[in-house]
Ligand binder design. Structure first.
Ligand SMILES: [Zn+2]
Length: 456
């Protein structure tokens, strides 16, 4: 039955206006739409797409479409915005291997970007260790939508520490992928060079990777980086682990805490300065769990949703008893379990206190941080931390886009990019429903169906 509302007249005009326009419109109808802002879903929604953008979104509209209008019926499905990762890496991993600068190729990066896209992550941020010769042309192509894959933003080389972080064994970087300034002048020069190349963000690695490295970044270095980045109108994201480092960095003017605080509970003073300075916090809950969970073989490892994200060499590693035994070695296991527990607790406290939360898992940094899968696991862990499914979705979409200063995505509304994921279940009460992907739409086009059709 036709329901009349003020939207109908506008809708008829929008569809029936010039014929040439009418023919490139796509009308999506019947689905429940979660728009990303965190409010109640729109039931029986009609979504009109023109080109790459949403032209209209409203509830319960039924009108006759002119010939040539593509109509897609998604009755019974739920639509959420494409997920946005604020902390990932491209070009670090191939199969079960990482730490080889030869992996930073256009082909390998595109393979991963396509995987994120098929898993509904339509925008990612490669937070450092990028080879500019590969990264910038790729970013331009993905911004233009001329190649398949998640849209790409990033932090150029990133700034580490001589003989320190990031550990050369984990993320062995080529000479064109990382700076390790020893002096304030070198730090300033590294920021200037990244700014000149057009970086989106500046990344620093500050800590000693749980005592495995002999040095941390000196305060004079990170202060110089922050000062110079701000002078160039760039924001700085920090790799960190300890509350003490987080506190000092926030006081020094850091813009984005790129990992959760995992050694201690955050305290009132820290929460207050995060809020006062409007600092973003990306918990990366999945990261510590990924270090051991695959060796424990939870039931979800037998689902197609997991398996289609895992390259064959990595699947073989997961089945290898010797690898499993090593991954479950006592000390590393308990360190990672404790880190995850603290990270969950701190996320809940910071979120409840109104600190701005971004979304990311460090996917792609190592083989265990699996692009696409990691982001859906992160949503589950956020709910385990005590957030509601709608809060978790809001963080992974609207909030994550805001962290990147992007106002053209993250929310499903008129004028924004038509980046969305069609689900065969409703995640508003059960977050694991985000894993029932029916289709992914990116820039107004359906770019994939179920993940089963994807070979990693
Ligand atoms: Zn990272």
């Amino acid at each position: 039955m036709t329901r009349y509302s003020p939207l109908v007249a506008a809708l008829l005009l929008a569809i029936a206006a010039p014929c040439a326009l009418a023919q490139d419109a796509t009308v999506i109808r019947g689905a429940r739409v979660i728009d990303g802002r965190g409010g109640p879903a729109i039931e029986d929604a009609t979504l009109i797409i023109r080109g790459e953008h949403i032209q209209m979104l409203g509830a319960g509209i039924r009108v006759k479409m002119p010939d040539g209008t593509k109509v897609v019926d998604y009755e019974g499905k739920t639509i959420i915005p494409g997920l946005v990762s604020d902390h990932s890496h491209i070009g670090q991993v191939e199969g079960a291997q990482s730490g080889n600068p030869d992996f930073f190729t256009r082909e390998n990066s595109l393979r991963q970007l396509r995987q994120w896209e098929v898993y509904g992550v339509t925008t990612i941020t490669s937070l450092g260790v990028n080879n500019p010769a590969v990264f910038y042309p790729l970013r331009a192509e993905l911004h233009a939508g001329s190649v398949p894959g998640a849209d790409l933003f990033g932090a150029d080389h990133g700034i580490g520490v001589p003989n320190g972080a990031p550990p050369a064994t984990m993320m062995k970087a080529g000479p064109n992928q990382l700076d390790r300034p020893a002096t304030v002048a070198e730090a300033k020069a590294a920021v200037d060079a990244a700014a000149a190349r057009g970086t989106d963000i500046i990344k620093i690695w500050v800590d000693d990777f749980n005592g495995t490295l002999p040095v941390k970044m000196k305060p004079e270095i990170y202060k110089a980086v922050i000062r110079e980045a701000h002078a160039k109108h760039l924001r700085v994201a920090a790799h960190l682990y300890y509350l003490d480092d987080a506190r000092k960095l926030v006081d020094a003017g850091i813009d984005i805490v790129a990992h959760g605080v995992r050694d201690k509970p955050v305290d009132a003073a820290f929460i207050q300065s995060m809020r006062k300075r409007n600092v973003w916090y990306i918990p990366t809950l999945d990261l510590n769990e990924a270090a051991y969970i695959y060796a424990q073989h939870p039931a979800w490892m037998d689902t197609p949703f997991f398996q289609h994200a895992v390259q064959p060499d990595l699947a073989r590693q997961f089945a290898d008893p010797a690898w499993k035994a090593k991954a479950l070695d006592g000390k590393a296991l308990s360190t990672n379990e404790q880190a995850l527990a603290m990270n969950l607790k701190n996320l809940k406290m910071l979120h409840d206190a109104g600190v701005r939360i971004g979304f990311g898992t460090d996917s792609g940094a190592t083989p265990l941080r699996i692009p696409g899968f990691a982001e859906h696991r992160e949503l589950e862990l956020m709910v385990q931390a005590g957030l509601t499914p709608m809060e978790a979705i809001h963080i992974a979409t609207d909030s994550a886009a805001q962290l990147l200063n992007l106002d053209d995505r993250g929310v499903l509304e008129k004028g924004r990019l038509a980046d969305f994921v069609v689900l065969d279940a409703d995640p508003s009460t059960d977050i694991s429903a985000t894993q029932h992907i029916e289709a992914v739409w990116h820039r107004g086009r359906q770019v994939s169906g179920k993940v089963e059709a994807f070979t990693p």
